[in-house]
Design a binder for this molecule. Structure first.
Ligand code: G3H
Length: 490
């Protein structure tokens, strides 16, 4: 009634005891659209973790098939609620209307898949005998199973860093369920801290889990400023596992977290290497899709094109023709290019463009900006001394570096601090495999743009791009522990 979204704890929606709120600014209108509770005090977080810990014990004893059943129910409710949740995504993060619906449906599918996969992999164990190791008789039988005694924290919000404006606002629903569903099927309780932009969509998603009937206190969702509660939450001794998506904050968390398993998805500078024999139409289509979908605000977006000089002119022409066809405008109208998430993001992107222009890059389109809306821009003839050759714009601006050898392209990618994904376009599969082997990234896509999905594929970043591997199976395994029981025969 007071227009402020409450936070979720112990099966109830609660007001922050401080009464403080955080505004959520609509990127299109640049006006406050929602307010969320600036929860919680450190005392409240403490209580949440303690409750969570108690509830987790009985949840871990709930039969696996029952846990799966509840997840299937939550998935169905999530899909039923796709319209209001997508509406929030449009207003909070300016996600194009159709993509917003896709995010919710994809999330429902992810939750169901998790339930099915969990039943399979958590229902299995190992049986080992001792005499296969030198010096042992057959006197020991080892039985292993997967167990949980874990509270997981999923802070998907992060503090804006001055030089790397990448708050993980881009999938507030999907990135949250990709952590929540594996945790729940595996028998964990959890505390979710969603990003501020996208918090209301995340709260709606949590409401779907509430409606599905999960035990009280199993899931908590605290909104507010990561800078106020993030450290306290992630360093709390009751938290046994952290899964984080965001920017540099993840590096800071990993230094402070201590002896808990970590899963981190932090930015990327995904390179797209185009060889002379590539299908240039296919490459151009993927560069535009990979570089400009959701206005380039994806960690897996194509963030630098490295093209062999001999085919560069043709490729740039083809990409340019496709960029010209992108619609620019409001997310409500389902435009391809919509306003970037915040004014400071837009300023950051503009800074990269100006730096590249001053240093001699060629703008293939006129640079145009209105508020947070930046028209799609291809920057040709980018060189390594330009910031955009290395930094992530997280916006609709794509640099092209012309290369004279494949090695030059690989070396550029490997010199980056990031190592999320990369892609290569060639008709020669042997070359593609060799390039994949040489690229220091978690994934290399052959003849397609980088992407996290399908969501059961392993998803991981090397170097500053992350820790551990995600994807449904890997996440379930990461959120469980192996327990051995050894039978010693007389
Ligand atoms: O922004 C980071 C996301 O994990 C990328 O996911 O490849 O499905 O867009 P996506």
């Amino acid at each position: 009634k007071d227009g402020v979204y409450k936070f979720y704890f112990d099966g109830e929606w609660r007001k922050s005891s401080s009464g403080k709120t955080v505004p959520i600014i609509n990127p299109t209108t640049r006006e406050t659209h929602f307010r969320v509770a600036r929860s919680c005090t450190q005392e409240e977080v403490k209580k949440i973790v303690e409750t969570s810990k108690a509830v987790q014990k009985s949840w871990a004893k709930t039969p696996l098939w029952k846990r799966a059943e509840l997840l299937h129910k939550a998935a169905a409710i999530l899909k039923e609620h796709k319209a209001p949740i997508a509406e929030c995504l449009v207003k909070e993060i300016a996600k194009p209307a159709k993509d917003a619906v896709t995010e919710v449906v994809r999330s429902g599918d992810l939750v169901s898949y998790c339930a099915e996969e969990g039943v399979r992999i958590l229902g299995e164990g190992q049986f080992l005998v001792s005499d296969s190791f030198p010096g042992n008789e057959r006197t020991k039988y080892c039985l292993t199973s997967k167990v949980t005694f874990t509270i997981s924290a999923f802070p998907t919000g992060c503090v804006r860093e001055s030089h790397l404006p990448i708050p993980p606002f881009n999938y507030p629903v999907n990135l949250a369920v990709s952590k929540i569903a594996p945790a729940l099927i595996a028998g964990n309780s959890l505390v979710l801290k969603p990003p501020t932009q996208g918090a209301v969509a995340a709260l709606h998603m949590v409401h779907c889990f509430h409606l599905a009937g999960f035990p009280k206190g199993l899931i908590s969702c605290v909104t507010g400023k990561g800078s106020e509660i993030g450290d306290f939450l992630t360093m709390h001794p009751g938290i046994n596992c952290i899964s984080f998506t965001g920017g540099d904050t993840g590096i800071a968390i990993s230094k402070k977290a201590g002896m808990v398993p970590l899963q981190m998805e932090l930015g990327g500078k995904d390179g797209c290497i185009i060889l002379e024999d590539a299908d240039l139409d296919l490459a151009a289509a993927n560069i535009v899709k990979g570089g400009f979908s959701y206005s380039g605000q994806r960690c897996t977006a194509v963030k630098v094109v490295l093209v062999m000089e001999s085919v560069a002119n043709t490729l740039v022409e083809k990409v340019q023709a496709k960029v010209a066809k992108l619609s620019v405008g409001r997310p409500e109208d389902d435009c391809d290019i919509t306003p970037v998430v915040t004014e400071s993001s837009a300023n950051f992107i503009e800074g990269l463009v100006m730096d590249a222009k001053e240093k001699g890059a060629t703008c293939c389109q006129e640079y145009k900006r209105e508020g947070n809306l930046i028209w799609p821009l291809l920057l040709d003839n980018v060189r390594p001394d330009m910031r955009i050759a290395w930094e992530e714009p997280f916006g609709p601006v794509l640099p092209v570096i012309r290369i004279n050898s494949v090695e030059e392209g690989i070396n550029h990618c490997n010199a980056s601090n990031f190592g999320l994904q990369g892609c290569v376009f060639t008709r020669d599969i042997n070359k593609a495999i060799l390039i994949s082997d040489a690229m220091e990234t978690g994934t290399v896509q052959i003849n397609s743009a980088p992407a996290r999905g399908p969501d059961h594929f392993p998803f991981q970043g090397l170097k500053d791009s992350g820790i551990g591997s995600q994807g449904i199976t890997n996440s379930i395994n990461m959120m469980t522990k192996t327990k051995s029981t050894v039978i010693n025969l007389p």
